[in-house]
Design a protein around this ligand. Structure first.
Ligand code: ADP
Ligand code: ZN
Length: 435
């Protein structure tokens, strides 16, 4: 099913023509009404008229998170406060949070894009959606909320936390879909099991998960725990919030980017050079229709890959691969680059381990070191008097990390339920080098 058949299936040529028209408009607008862009374009020696084709965008300068911070809070707004109807801020996962604003039309666009996501996940107005994304400054809660209402579904505005109450509502209201961060979904499943709730027999059939990196192995884990189909949604507050890209349930191979509203590039994060499709790099987004807070060539620091092959669902947009992580989360262990989500994939695939882990990065002399703390399952733990059982598990982790990722780490198996659980975005890495 497709929410906006016309725009989601536009032939590429028409889509690109629309993109160019919108791009020219937005670039013109920011050049004339946001001092920051005037300066940054002038410095790069470009003017809006240089933009004759989509490819010309390459010549325009990037906008970075630092630029947003330097213009905190409202310096990059392109509309007067009198037409801004909503403010949000990023979660601040990697530093001072950045502030974003929306006009009435921006909110309508956002609601439509989230409605597209829900329909791509096979939801309809007959669904009851339990929304466990945090409500507040974070875009997750309200973003999903407005989209669900736009679709006409029934939305339960749960927000994050208060897990016992969530479990009660899940049983009593019988929602058919749940939205949450993947780590919080696991936390819910675990606490439900502890309370003797059969999480697989709830009425849920679909889960919409995003806002943090998660692996394919984690998807399987969540699908098993709830007996649902788990779908990946991507977004970031700077560009809009959730609903920038979404998997379709027909293919579930990469997330469709809503290219009538966002223009996407991938770049080499070191050189800034634009990469050909298919190559892994940093995602760079330009908003094409946003009024209050347009962004030109925003460097997300998210590492992914674009696919240009047509999808069997009929949508014509390019798709992006699941985000491996942010460039600033990449660990360099004895010269090998590795993302926490890759370590997660290795751990979750090993029987006897729980999908709960933490990575501790430190430095010995000039070398970075990594300690992987991971919980063992209850049954392994009961067996633990047999030191051999744990030793065997440890060896297996070491071997798989070496074989799949080429890194060596110190492994610390810990008791079930001893690591901190997430109520929103999980923090997987403790970086002692910065302390
Ligand atoms: P913050 O940068 O403070 O966390 P946001 O709350 O806006 O700000 O979160 C957006 C970020 O969350 C993205 O840039 C990306 O790193 C991450 N993210 C969002 N959706 C996904 C997803 N499906 N997979 C992996 N990472 C995601
Ligand atoms: Zn598709």
């Amino acid at each position: 099913m497709i929410y906006n058949e016309e725009y989601e299936t536009l032939p590429r040529e028409a889509l690109e023509a629309l993109q160019l028209k919108r791009l020219q408009q937005v670039v013109n607008r920011v050049y004339h009404c946001v001092g920051f862009y005037k300066k940054s374009f002038d410095k790069a020696g470009v003017v809006p008229d240089n933009l004759k084709t989509l490819d010309d965008l390459k010549r325009f300068p990037f906008t970075t998170k630092q630029d947003l911070r330097d213009n905190y809070p409202f310096g990059l707004f392109a509309a007067p406060m009198s037409s801004v109807v909503r403010l949000h801020a990023s979660s601040g996962t990697t530093g001072r949070s950045t502030v974003v604003g929306y006009t009435k039309r921006d909110i309508d666009t956002w609601a439509e894009l989230v409605a597209r996501c829900l329909v791509a996940a096979n939801l309809t107005k007959n669904d009851v959606i339990h929304n466990a994304y945090g409500y507040g400054l974070f875009t997750g809660g309200l973003g999903l909320h407005y989209g669900a209402e736009k679709l006409g579904a029934s939305v339960i505005p749960m927000s994050g936390g208060n897990t016992k109450r969530q479990l009660m509502i899940l049983q009593d209201f019988g929602p058919t879909a749940i939205c949450a961060t993947p780590s919080y979904a696991l936390n819910l499943a675990e606490q439900g099991q502890m309370l003797g709730i059969d999480m697989r027999s709830l009425n849920l059939r679909v889960g919409i998960f995003g806002a943090e990196p998660w692996s394919e192995q984690m998807r399987e884990e969540i699908e098993r725990a709830f007996d649902i189909k788990a779908m990946n949604i991507y977004g970031l507050s700077e560009i809009m919030g959730p609903g920038v890209a979404m998997e379709c349930s027909d293919a579930r191979e990469g997330m469709h980017i809503f290219e009538d509203h966002f223009l996407v590039e991938t770049i080499n994060p070191e050189t800034g050079e634009v990469l050909p499709p298919g190559e892994q790099g940093e995602l760079v987004f330009t908003t094409l229709t946003k009024e209050a807070f347009p962004l030109i060539r925003y460097r997300t620091r998210d590492i992914s890959r674009l696919y240009r092959v047509p999808c069997r669902c009929g949508r014509t947009s390019y798709r992006m691969d699941r985000v491996m992580g942010r460039s600033d989360d990449m660990l360099i262990i004895r010269g090998v680059n590795v993302f926490p989500s890759q370590i997660e994939a290795v751990l979750v695939a090993i029987e006897g381990l729980q999908p709960h882990y933490q990575l501790i990065v430190d430095r010995e002399g000039t070398l970075d070191t990594l300690e992987v703390q991971v919980e063992v399952t209850e049954s392994q733990f009961v067996n633990a008097d047999e030191v051999k059982v744990l030793q065997k598990l440890e060896k297996m982790i070491l071997k798989d990390m070496k074989d799949y990722l080429g890194i060596t780490a110190k492994i610390k198996l810990v008791e079930p339920k001893s690591l901190q659980r997430s109520e929103g975005k999980a923090s997987r890495v403790i970086d002692k080098r910065k302390i």
